[in-house]
Design a protein around this ligand. Structure first.
Ligand code: ADP
Ligand code: C5P
Ligand code: MG
Length: 218
């Protein structure tokens, strides 16, 4: 079994360099994609419970970096408030470090949630980390997404859960993230699930996808 060396560098200057860590070449990665509010996090929680995956949300990792108060976090916060994508190198370094650490702890099945959101992110990740096994795509009309996000805004405390930023996030999704789905569809890697029904109904469809792709409950 081969492993490849993965040196994670968070930034320059006074930011700390991370120790070297390794991503196992036999790790299995599912990209979990869908518009903002499509239920990626909700479904990932259900998948973890039944199938024993480790879950890394790109957005959660970025918000943790913001919460850390680092200089880099300040830049990230401004970009996220604009509903734009942060530099791929930052997101990929955070994901790679998290996945590599989990590999060290013996984990092999990963849900990568909300990533890749642009074609260059997909290309860079697959070159520096691993190709994905599957793309789980939650499809949902924008009107439904907007309603969900405005409801989530009441409790999420997220700086980007407001009407203005939500619209910008939708624009980014349609213009920049949908081409990622098209790309993986051409490779035959996309399993599309309607995210409109109630969470437990959506999960029934997810279970069919998992079975069809050789993942059994644990
Ligand atoms: P994402 O991670 O894709 O942004 P979340 O999982 O955070 O989405 O879900 C967005 C909001 O919608 C949350 O408040 C969540 O409770 C709610 N939600 C998730 N899935 C559904 C669903 N199938 N039907 C209705 N509401 C949902
Ligand atoms: O996935 P989530 O909605 O939590 O992402 C929140 C924000 O994090 C995005 O709107 C974007 O600004 C940033 N992000 C990113 N690249 C990703 C995932 C998230 O820039 N791959
Ligand atoms: Mg989420």
């Amino acid at each position: 079994m081969g492993c490849f060396f993965s040196k994670v560098v968070k930034g320059e200057g006074d930011e700390p360099k991370e120790p070297s860590v390794e991503v196992a070449s036999d790790a299995q990665i599912i990209f979990v994609l869908g518009g903002p509010g499509s239920g990626k996090g909700t479904q990932c929680d259900l998948i973890i419970e039944k199938y024993g995956f480790s879950h890394y949300s790109a957005g959660d990792l970025l918000r943790a970096e913001v919460a850390s108060g680092s200089e880099m976090g300040k830049d990230l916060e401004a970009t996220m408030k604009e509903g734009k994508l942060v530099a791929s190198s930052v997101t990929i370094a955070l994901l790679k470090k998290a996945i590599a650490n989990a590999c060290e702890a013996g984990k092999r099945k990963f849900l990568v949630d909300g990533f890749p959101r642009a074609l260059d992110q997909a290309e860079e990740f697959e070159g520096k980390v691993l190709p994905c096994k599957l793309v789980l795509f939650f499809s949902c009309p924008m009107k439904v997404l907007q309603k969900r996000l405005l409801k989530r805004a009441k409790t999420s405390g997220r700086a980007d859960d407001n009407k203005e930023t939500i619209q910008k996030r939708f624009d980014t999704f349609l213009n920049t993230s949908m081409p990622v789905i098209d790309h993986y569809e051409k490779l035959g890697k996309v399993a599309k699930v309607s995210a409109e029904p109630a969470p437990e109904k959506v999960f029934k469809e997810v279970e069919k996808v998992m079975k069809a792709n050789g993942f059994a409950p644990v």
